[in-house]
Design a protein around this ligand. Structure first.
Ligand SMILES: Cc1cc2nc3c(=O)[nH]c(=O)nc-3n(C[C@H](O)[C@H](O)[C@H](O)COP(=O)(O)O)c2cc1C
Length: 347
């Protein structure tokens, strides 16, 4: 059996009859599925514990509850697998409405629970999705041993960022960075990649062994979307001068925990990661918007119009590497971009 704990926020103000409907469906279905647990409503937050056979809990949580429109930001806090005994065997879903009039729960305890739930929602936004997926599956990420995997590493950052950072106000600088990061994270997750880290003005992400095509598609979508944003922005907006480069490197990486109690990261490391970053920087040298290594090309299954950029010896790499891009991409005139940023913002 397993026991799963989650929190979520009401999608809109919850009417008493809606809670009644959840109560009725739970009382009907949970005994059939041998699910027990409890549900707490506090402020605009639900906190629920579900326990029962693995398949029944997974089905209820992942197939029904997670998609239920009555709530959003559904965040699994913990999943305990292989449990032998139930903690709430008499409750086929006991509902505690702590917002209801006459509730006797001490004020201090309610405050503490609210603070805990609020802070979890905030922390969730600073944590990469894979860590939450592990918690949902009942795996403690801190206990995982490092492993070697094959992946396509995706790296993108802003061209001319150091110029922007000299002359933009802090607010405008953050707006430019956020626009770039938002576009990156959207295209990466749309194509099934994992955003591992925000690297200041850029993003490090990776796609699994078989997703070289998805990584290429994400890179092209990013460049397309950035162009659309530039065209929409007025000439007075820094977004009008926003250009990003993309580096893709397929190869083996080490995935695991680095750091200790004070700061820990579940991340990827290795030469393929360094290479993706180097390829991204090299977009400026070769004046192309996207550069990938030979393994990214050879793992791709879709028909892309690859073009060879020749062999290049990159910093930190022991030998010259064959590099590639995609035919239809516009060239990148880095000097023009720098001049435009300077003309607009230099004092
Ligand atoms: C906060 C919350 C808790 C819920 N708890 C349960 C539950 O314990 N058991 C259950 O069957 N449905 C529960 N539901 C309702 C399910 O999401 C879903 O609507 C219901 O199981 C009917 O699914 P069906 O239409 O596939 O039959 C809950 C919904 C919400 C918003």
């Amino acid at each position: 059996m397993k026991r799963l704990y989650y929190v979520s926020r009401f999608a809109k103000r919850l009417r008493p009859e809606e809670l009644g409907a959840i109560d009725r469906i739970s009382r009907k279905k949970n005994p059939e599925q041998q699910i027990t647990g409890f549900l707490v409503c506090l402020g605009d937050t639900f906190f629920q514990v579900l326990e029962g056979p693995d398949d029944a809990v997974d089905h209820l949580f992942f197939e029904a509850i997670k998609h239920d429109p009555r709530h959003e930001e559904v965040l699994c806090l913990k999943s305990e697998v292989g449990i032998r005994e139930r903690l709430f065997s008499d409750w086929h879903m006991r509902i505690f409405d702590l917002n209801a009039q006459g509730e006797t729960l001490p004020f201090a305890f309610r405050q503490m629970l609210t603070a805990l739930l609020d802070s979890h929602h905030v922390l969730a936004q600073y944590t990469q999705p894979s860590v939450f997926r592990m918690l949902e599956m009942g795996v403690n990420p801190t206990s995982l041993l490092p492993r070697q995997i094959e992946a396509t590493v995706f790296f993108s950052d802003i061209i001319g960022f150091s110029l922007f950072s000299q002359w933009l106000t802090p607010g405008s600088l953050i707006d430019v960075v956020n626009a770039h990061i938002e576009m990156c994270t959207q295209v990466i997750s749309q194509h099934g990649g994992e955003v591992n880290k925000i690297t200041g003005d850029g993003v490090l992400a990776y796609f699994s062994r078989k997703q070289s095509d998805a990584a290429i598609a994400a890179g092209l979508d990013l460049l397309r979307e950035t162009k659309r944003r530039r065209q929409l922005a007025s000439a007075t907006s820094p977004l009008h001068y926003l250009f990003g480069g993309v580096g893709l490197a397929h190869g083996s990486v080490y995935e695991g925990n680095i750091g200790f109690a004070l700061k820990r990261d579940f991340t990827i490391l290795g030469n393929t990661v360094n290479l993706a970053s180097r390829l991204e920087s090299y977009t400026r040298e070769l004046e192309v918007r996207l550069i990938m290594n030979h393994d990214t090309v050879s793992c791709a299954k879709r028909q892309w119009s690859f073009i060879s950029l020749g062999r290049h010896r990159l910093k930190g790499q022991s030998r010259a590497l064959k590099l590639f891009s995609i035919q239809e991409l516009e060239t990148l005139n880095v000097r023009d971009i720098y001049c435009a940023i300077e003309a607009r913002y230099a004092p």
